[in-house]
Design a protein around this ligand. Structure first.
Ligand SMILES: Nc1ncnc2c1ncn2[C@@H]1O[C@H](COP(=O)(O)OP(=O)(O)OP(=O)(O)O)[C@@H](O)[C@H]1O
Ligand SMILES: O=C(O)C1=C[C@@H](O)[C@@H](O)[C@H](O)C1
Length: 165
């Protein structure tokens, strides 16, 4: 099986869906954010704070390129699509599935979660809307798009299984 790369905004459910698919298909899953934390020995908010976003983006590409791309489900960081190099890499080496979620629901799903450096501080709603609209066309370069808004994890996982056959 070619790698399945799940992309989407923070809170779109990439990690949750990857874990569900991993269980159902009995293939391993890796999360690029977790991989970066393991390799660097630092938490993502600490990398952003001490080294900056650009350094984080370099780790992200390195992580993507070092993770195996056969028989695996990869949940990616929400900003992995920012680099053309990453978008091309994923499309070349696997099946890229964009998990779409409306910003209003993202706001609800991430309520009380303070682990995302890009959403730190006031007016999360405006931040989410602005980053979301900047990125939407990049997410949409995926091979497939699934709308996860108001849909259960099981329904979404089933749709992905139909896509990959
Ligand atoms: N289909 C869904 N319906 C409702 N809640 C969901 C759904 N999928 C995920 N969630 C919830 O949304 C939150 C974020 O999910 P998850 O961590 O899987 O997102 P993510 O895309 O991996 O985020 P990030 O890129 O920031 O790591 C979790 O609390 C999760 O339980
Ligand atoms: O959307 C983003 O740019 C990010 C999403 C998270 O998965 C982490 O990769 C990090 O917090 C940045």
């Amino acid at each position: 099986m070619r790698a399945i790369y799940l992309t989407g905004f923070m809170g779109s459910g990439k990690t949750t869906i990857a874990e569900k698919l991993s269980f159902e298909l009995t293939v391993p899953t890796i999360d690029t954010d977790d991989h970066i934390e393991e390799v660097t020995g630092k938490a993502i908010p600490d990398i952003f704070a001490s080294e900056g976003e650009e350094a984080f983006r370099k780790y992200e590409s390195q992580s993507l390129e070092s993770i195996p791309n056969k028989n695996i489900i990869i949940s990616t960081g929400g900003g992995i699509i920012l680099k053309e190099q990453n978008r091309e890499f994923m499309k070349k080496h696997g099946i890229v599935i964009y998990l779409h979620c409306d910003p209003e629901e993202i706001l609800k799903r991430l309520e009380g979660d303070s682990s995302r450096p890009l959403l730190k501080g006031d007016n999360r709603k405006a931040k989410i809307e602005s980053i979301f609209s900047e990125r939407l066309s990049l997410y949409r370069e995926a091979h497939f798009e699934i709308d996860t808004t108001n849909r259960s994890v099981s329904e979404i996982a089933e749709e992905i299984q139909d896509i990959i056959g």
